[in-house]
Design a protein around this ligand. Structure first.
Ligand SMILES: NC(=O)c1ccc[n+]([C@@H]2O[C@H](COP(=O)([O-])OP(=O)(O)OC[C@H]3O[C@@H](n4cnc5c(N)ncnc54)[C@H](OP(=O)(O)O)[C@@H]3O)[C@@H](O)[C@H]2O)c1
Length: 362
């Protein structure tokens, strides 16, 4: 049994971790921290935890509803850090010093270059020395490195959706450097802290684009898609030219990214068909338990509540563009499910352990 802490348990990602970990046969949550909730019991904050039952094969639940929320995390094998950026990096330093492995759900260790982080996050990186050892926790790309890491940077939600959508095309040199991504997120992507634009009467029956001046997930997508192209032997000359436009829609969870890129001719001057691309994508993800190439445009509801990502590539024959539509649950494959995938690898457990659940639909 591995013991885990959840730091900032009053966040949405932490709440989702509690739900998923309660189905996990090998993790035991022994420490939960919070800020405003210090001194309260978990069940006092989240009454639904009264209903926890032990997972199959265990006598006690993985989550004890009577666990008291503390200010500092106790000594555990691993910590999930669900803090906002900057606060997360500061805590990660002390956790690592105590020999605790860290899965950080914030953006603090996702960008390899501290100056890029400082440009997008508008403050000095709190722990630049850790950037070299941090591993970007997109398991589909870096699982071997995650297995031997101490610090994993769990990828962002828009970024996971977009990178999984375009990685095969970039790795295979199928598309050129001009890429457009329209990515729709549900309201929980904004977190649990109340704000006017997430207020029910503002958000309900409304949809809009935001962060057109540059969303913080953009450099992460560029960094990883350029790396995947390079690794596939098709480096992007002059760098990726990405237009990334996030949108918010009135759904609680879910991300749906529609990605567009110009198809490149092969050495015989031929463009691939939709069937060829789909078969290439299927082959690329053949061993991936959580990535599925589907035969029609996916719905966010297919992924709601699960760690799965659904991807539909198609050729637009009128413009010779590749269109790839990808969706997942922002709080699971886009956050806490992926964090458990990483924690499994860090602890030498099967990557899919505790994550077998299907989505909830309708
Ligand atoms: N939401 C998503 O879909 C998603 C997806 C991927 C990654 N992430 C990342 O995961 C992390 C957690 O996000 P979330 O959306 O789950 O969180 P959240 O719901 O926004 O959690 C915010 C809670 O954190 C506490 N908090 C705020 N600032 C704090 C600070 N400086 N120190 C300690 N506690 C603080 C507040 O609780 P009190 O005021 O009650 O203390 C607040 O209720 C973030 O880094 C986020 O970027 C989120």
């Amino acid at each position: 049994m591995r013991t885990v802490s959840i730091v900032n348990v009053t966040s949405y990602t932490a709440l989702e971790l509690l739900r998923l970990l309660n189905q996990h046969p090998k993790f035991l949550v022994t420490s939960v921290t919070g800020r405003s909730a210090v001194g309260k019991r978990l069940e006092g904050i989240f009454p639904q935890l009264h209903a926890v039952l032990p997972p199959p094969g265990r006598e006690v639940p993985a989550v004890d509803p009577a666990l008291v929320i503390t200010e500092e995390p106790a000594q555990t094998d691993l910590a999930f850090v669900c803090l906002p950026h900057a606060a997360a990096a500061e805590l990660a330093v002390s956790l690592l010093k105590r020999g605790i492995k860290v899965v950080d759900l914030s953006a603090d260790f996702r960008l390899r270059d501290a100056s890029v982080y400082e440009e997008w996050y508008k403050h000095k990186h709190p722990a630049p020395a850790l950037l070299e050892t941090a591993v970007y926790g997109l398991c589909e790309r870096y699982r071997e490195r995650v297995r031997t890491a101490s610090l994993v940077a769990n990828p962002g939600c828009h970024t996971t959706t977009s990178i999984l959508a375009l990685a095969p095309a970039m790795a295979g040199g199928i598309v050129g450097p001009n890429v457009i991504i329209n990515s729709i997120t549900g309201i929980s992507g904004g977190g649990r802290t109340p704000s006017l634009s997430y207020h029910y009467s503002e958000a309900n029956e409304d949809a809009h684009a935001y962060s057109l001046e540059g969303h913080r997930h953009m450099p992460e997508i560029v960094q990883e898609l350029e790396a995947v192209a390079e690794a596939g032997g098709h480096p992007v000359k002059g760098g990726l030219r990405l237009t990334f436009v996030p949108h918010i829609a009135p759904m609680t969870r879910g991300i749906l990214a529609t990605c567009y890129a110009d198809l490149l001719e092969d050495e015989h001057g031929r463009l691939p068909t939709s069937e060829e691309i789909r078969s290439f994508y299927r082959q690329y993800y053949v061993n991936e338990p959580f990535v599925h190439i589907v035969e029609r445009p996916p719905h966010t509801k297919w992924a709601y509540g699960s760690n799965h990502c659904f991807i539909y590539p198609i050729v637009d024959g009128r413009t010779n563009r590749l269109i790839v539509i990808s969706c997942l649950d922002n709080l699971i494959k886009g956050a806490s499910g992926q964090a458990i995938q990483n924690a499994n690898l860090l602890c030498g457990l099967p990557e899919t352990m505790g994550l077998a659940g299907l989505g909830v639909n309708p």
